[in-house]
Design a protein around this ligand. Structure first.
Ligand code: BDR
Ligand code: CA
Length: 309
């Protein structure tokens, strides 16, 4: 079976960690590399978390550190959601391998240019690394099939009323990516807020036993508490949606929209403005995921965790 080559660009992050676990469990995906960006926490922490998770699940792909801050703005992190470590909750042993001596942009360039098949990018953090890649090496676009990213919100934001965290942190980078001309699949809050895992399903995971299902249950214990306090019925699995679409697109309902990134607004910086007018002549630049078969999605997560046992 031909596998889809992908590179995950992430800022782990509880849901980024689960996205990695989901991706590495798929027979249809070949994860050619993992690049890391500052976002949920500072770069030293997100890099350390990525390597720890990968070591824990027994995968050692090329990993590279990327941007330590957004293109133009000061870094804003999310300790209220992910804790001081960026992955508070479970005690995970230190990583048993080192990152590459290349920066993320260089690892992305090299991996994309050397791939016999066009590569799919899966960004699950701020888009700084991808924007730097396109600015420094526009030739890579020729060998990129698509970008399946978690970011934005059509109906609302989460970090501000208008903006979702990943886009809010680096709107200028997001604008470069959304203007890239490449096919974009966007998993915004509209779908990820429906992609919740319920307490009973977390217990199902824990009861499977085995180190990966138990780790994911412990990751979710922490993530759950924050979201319960915000009135969610469960923990939203934002970042795994960007991976799940590549594996089972039939789980999702999607619509093409032209999405513009607001970089100027006093109250709306980082907003993803989707032109939903039925009569619009604006050409779509993104396939926007709007809803999903929640139970089918959770089953995919549970099956992925089980596959490590
Ligand atoms: C996004 O922000 C981060 O906190 C999560 O990891 C996810 O990528 C959700 O807004
Ligand atoms: Ca993330």
């Amino acid at each position: 079976m031909k596998k889809m080559p992908i590179i995950i660009d992430c800022d782990p992050g509880h849901d980024d960690a689960i996205a990695l676990i989901l991706a590495f469990a798929q027979e249809t995906l070949e994860v050619k590399g993992v690049t890391v960006v500052a976002g949920n926490q500072t770069l030293d922490k997100t890099l350390g978390n990525a390597k720890k998770i990968l070591s824990f699940i027994g995968k050692r792909p090329p990993v590279a550190a990327g941007a330590a801050r957004p293109l133009f703005r000061n870094l804003e992190t999310a300790p209220s959601v992910h804790g001081e470590s960026g992955l508070d909750g479970p005690a995970i042993p230190e990583a048993d391998f080192k990152e590459e001596p290349l920066c993320a942009v260089e690892l992305l360039r090299k991996t994309i240019m050397e791939s016999p098949e066009p590569v799919t990018l899966v960004p699950t953090g701020p888009l700084t690394n991808i924007a730097l890649l396109f600015s420094a090496h526009p030739e890579v676009k020729k060998n990129i099939r698509q970008i399946s990213l978690m970011g934005g919100g059509v109906a609302m934001g989460n970090w501000t009323a208008a903006a979702e965290f990943n886009i809010y942190v680096d709107p200028e980078a997001a604008a470069i990516v959304f203007d890239s001309g490449l096919p974009i699949i966007m998993a915004p809050l509209d779908v990820t807020h429906r992609a919740v895992i319920l307490r009973s399903e977390v217990e199902r995971l824990r009861n499977l036993g085995g180190k990966v299902p138990v780790l994911v249950a412990e990751i979710l214990d922490f993530f759950f508490e924050f979201h319960r306090a915000q009135g969610f019925a469960g923990a939203p699995l934002h970042d795994p949606c960007a991976v799940a679409w590549l594996v089972k697109p039939e789980l999702f309902i999607a619509k093409p929209f032209q999405v513009t990134i607001e970089t100027q607004g006093k109250h709306t910086a980082g907003m993803t403005l989707a032109d939903q007018r039925p009569w619009t002549s604006a050409a779509p630049n993104a396939t926007v995921l709007l809803d999903l078969d929640r139970e089918g999605f959770i089953q995919l997560i549970i099956d992925a965790c089980k596959s490590y046992n």
